[in-house]
Design a protein around this ligand. Structure first.
Ligand code: ADP
Length: 262
């Protein structure tokens, strides 16, 4: 394993003051990073962690929909925001909460850093949160740099699809975190095989094992694979995180949460 990985795993369960940050990144968009972030938060909560969720994906904030908190507005006290409560009682805040509904976010570097700071400096501890899952935008832009320079995460999780292109992009995201000495907690392979909605059988249009092998090459743990499943998309769109159930759809997310907290 890469240096620092085991330390970071211990820190995930250790009692500590303050709020620890786990950043969730990806090389490119549309690989399911937001879906994984939301369900990781729900799954970690089911395992007893005091977890909150920050949607820092400035290009397409989607956590309000995934976590059934669309249209809610966070209050503030002494100019620090109070997290709103999303699906499954997970405290959360999103970039979308900082702008009026339907307005596009077109901020440049310093404003972006400022917005991220506001989300991370919210009243998390008072909301009972000591572990923050931060859904980053895809790629390696201003938010990532601000995250690494000012709000050092205790670790990073990278989400990728099995396709080679996504994996190559993921490698770039990994090296960004490694340059900043942020421990890689592991790689999640999403849309890994297609789960037939009729019989449940999983087929693998993109082949199997590519992400696990890539994680091995990069010296980081492989946290698990989540199939491409109609049930995941439908539950996500309905604001009922699939990880919240106790069925086969929830299990891949629970397995990843267990791998992270073991
Ligand atoms: P990203 O945050 O990487 O841009 P999203 O989490 O928004 O990606 O996912 C993109 C789309 O793919 C969404 O419509 C989402 O519901 C769907 N999706 C993500 N993961 C899965 C999956 N494992 N099975 C089915 N649909 C998925």
């Amino acid at each position: 394993a890469a240096p620092g990985v085991s330390d970071a795993r211990v820190a995930l369960t250790a009692e500590r003051r303050g709020v620890r940050i786990v950043a969730v990144g990806s090389g490119k968009g549309g690989v399911g990073k937001s879906t994984v972030s939301a369900n990781l938060a729900v799954a970690l909560k089911k395992l007893g962690h005091h977890v909150g969720l920050v949607d820092a994906d400035i290009h397409g904030p989607s956590q309000a929909r995934l976590m059934a908190s669309e249209g809610q507005r966070p209050a503030a006290r002494d100019s620090r925001m109070i997290p709103i409560i999303g699906a499954q009682g997970v405290p959360m805040l999103s970039m979308a909460h900082l702008v009026p509904d339907g307005q596009a976010i077109a901020w440049r570097g310093p404003m972006v850093g400022n917005a991220l700071g506001q989300l991370l400096d919210a009243r998390w501890a008072e909301a009972g949160v000591d572990l923050l899952i931060v859904d980053l935008p895809p790629g390696t832009g201003d938010i990532q740099l601000s995250m690494l320079q000012k709000h050092k995460p205790m670790g990073a999780v990278i989400v990728s699809t099995p396709q080679d292109l996504a994996l190559i992009d993921a490698t770039r995201a990994v090296s960004l975190f490694e340059q900043a000495h942020v421990p890689m907690l592991g790689l999640v392979e999403n849309m890994a095989g297609y789960a037939c909605p009729h019989c449940g059988e999983v087929s693998d249009p993109f082949g199997q094992g590519g992400a696990e092998a890539a994680a091995g090459r990069m010296g980081m743990p492989f946290l698990g694979r989540i199939p491409l499943a109609m049930a995941i998309r439908q539950a996500s769109d309905a604001g009922t995180p699939p990880a919240a159930g106790d069925d086969a759809v929830a299990e891949p997310f629970m397995a990843i949460a267990r791998a992270l907290s073991e």
